[in-house]
Every structure is written in structure tokens, then in C-alpha cells.
Design a protein around this ligand. Structure first.
Ligand code: HEC
Length: 204
């Protein structure tokens, strides 16, 4: 191979690797564009943008026909957060207390809360021997004295080392749990005088 073809080969090589000896502000050449600059929806991303001037309701949930618009907007602060507009805990549950509600609360409490608090709320559960912070006695006078809204808030968002259950338990069931928690407290703190006559008769 003579010297001329060697130099020529060198020049061609330099040309191919783009070593042109000057800087450019142009974008590098994109060999495989792959729709990189195309308007598109990425996998797992929300394919719809909310049209201007509208309000989303029921995001993420499949509409079941049993709800009204305010249910989705969750504007009723007392019902959805247990707090008034001013941020104070509501004193009493904002729902009608019925025997069915208490039953529902009992069932939900035993499913979601009893693992750590046990069914009587004493908190003496095996989680402690596994290194968990011991849960307090739910019939403790301090917890009897707190507002219903506070208990709702604890069930929703947790407290210190206790996790919240707002994702697993909906608002209606969390209020049912609060009502049942009050029943547990009553069952463990009521005096004999507070018992109905029929029950007191059985005691004697
Ligand atoms: C994973 C275990 C666990 C579960 C499940 C659990 N708790 Fe707790 N809870 C705790 C622990 C631990 C504490 C004490 C937290 C601390 O003081 O760090 C606590 C504390 C509380 C308190 C007292 C708050 C205070 O002011 O001291 C209430 C009330 C309560 N839990 C209610 C509930 C209710 C209602 C549920 C069911 C929705 C529930 N817990 C489910 C572990 C649990």
C-alpha cells in the first residue's frame, strides 16, 4: 500500500468519525429517532388530560352508580377528615349510629385493628414480642376523652409508629370502626349503675 492511499484512508476515517475539527451547536445526529420527539402516551401513564374548566371526580375508581358528585369531591371535611373546616377534630361521629353500623365496625375492627390491638383493645398482642412498639390500651382514660374525630384520624393516617388504614378501609367503615371502638371502651369502663336493669339483674 503506497503512502497516498494510506493518507486517503486516514482522511476518510476522520470524516466518518465526525472529527471535523470545529464545534457545533447543532444537536448530534440521531440515528434511530424511535418516536423520541413524537407526542405520545408512555406505558403506565395517564392517557387523558383533564379538559379545561372541568372537575375530575371518581379518579381511579370505577363508578358504581351509588355515589353522587360530592362523594367524589370529598368536600365534606368533617366526614372525610374527621376535622372541621377550621382543622379541629369533630367531637361526635358525623353519621347515624345504628346496630348495623356497630356490627360492621366490629367486623372491620377485628379484621384491621385487632392484629395489633386485640379484640378487647388491650394491645397485649404477639406483635410486641416481635419488636413492635406496644400499642396502648384503647380503653385508656386518655383515649376515652379524645374526640371521635381524633380516633378517625388515627385510623386514617396512623400515629407515630402505627400505620394509617385509609387506603384499606373507606371512610364509612372507618367511622364504623370509631363507633365500635367507643363500644369497646364502654364495655371495659362502664360502671354497674350504667347497665340496663335486665343485665344488672343477671349479675346479682
Ligand atoms: C400494625 C399494628 C397496628 C394496627 C394494625 C393498628 N394499630 Fe393502632 N396502634 C399501633 C401502635 C404500635 C400504636 C402506638 C403508636 C405509638 O405510640 O408509637 C397504636 C396506637 C393507636 C391508638 C392510640 C393513639 C394515641 O393517641 O396514642 C389508637 C386510637 C389506635 N391505635 C387505633 C387503631 C385502629 C382504629 C386501628 C384499625 C384501623 C389500628 N389502631 C390498627 C399499632 C397498630
Amino acid at each position: 500500500m503506497n503512502i497516498r492511499s494510506l493518507v486517503l484512508a486516514g482522511v476518510v476515517c476522520l470524516g466518518l468519525v465526525g472529527c471535523r475539527g470545529y464545534q457545533t451547536t447543532n444537536e448530534p445526529f440521531h440515528l434511530n429517532p424511535n418516536f423520541d420527539w413524537q407526542a405520545k402516551v408512555k406505558a403506565q401513564s395517564n392517557p387523558r388530560t383533564v379538559p379545561e374548566g372541568t372537575v375530575a371526580w371518581g379518579t381511579g375508581a370505577i363508578y358504581d352508580g351509588n355515589h353522587t358528585r360530592p362523594d367524589f369531591l370529598k368536600e365534606d371535611s368533617e366526614y372525610y377528615t374527621g376535622k372541621t373546616e377550621a382543622g379541629l377534630f369533630v367531637a361526635k361521629v358525623p353519621v347515624n349510629v345504628t346496630p348495623e353500623l356497630i356490627k360492621r365496625g366490629q367486623e372491620r375492627f377485628n379484621i384491621y385493628c385487632a392484629v395489633c390491638h386485640n379484640r378487647a383493645g388491650t394491645g397485649k398482642t404477639p406483635v410486641i414480642s416481635r419488636g413492635f412498639v406496644p400499642p396502648p390500651d384503647l380503653a385508656d382514660p386518655r383515649l376515652v376523652a379524645v374526640e371521635d374525630g381524633y380516633l378517625f384520624d388515627v385510623a386514617s393516617n396512623g400515629v407515630r409508629s402505627m400505620p394509617g388504614y385509609r387506603r384499606q378501609v373507606n371512610e364509612a367503615d372507618r367511622w364504623a370502626i370509631v363507633v365500635y371502638l367507643r363500644a369497646i371502651q364502654k364495655s371495659r369502663t362502664a360502671s354497674e349503675q350504667e347497665l340496663p336493669d335486665s343485665v344488672r339483674a343477671k349479675l346479682q
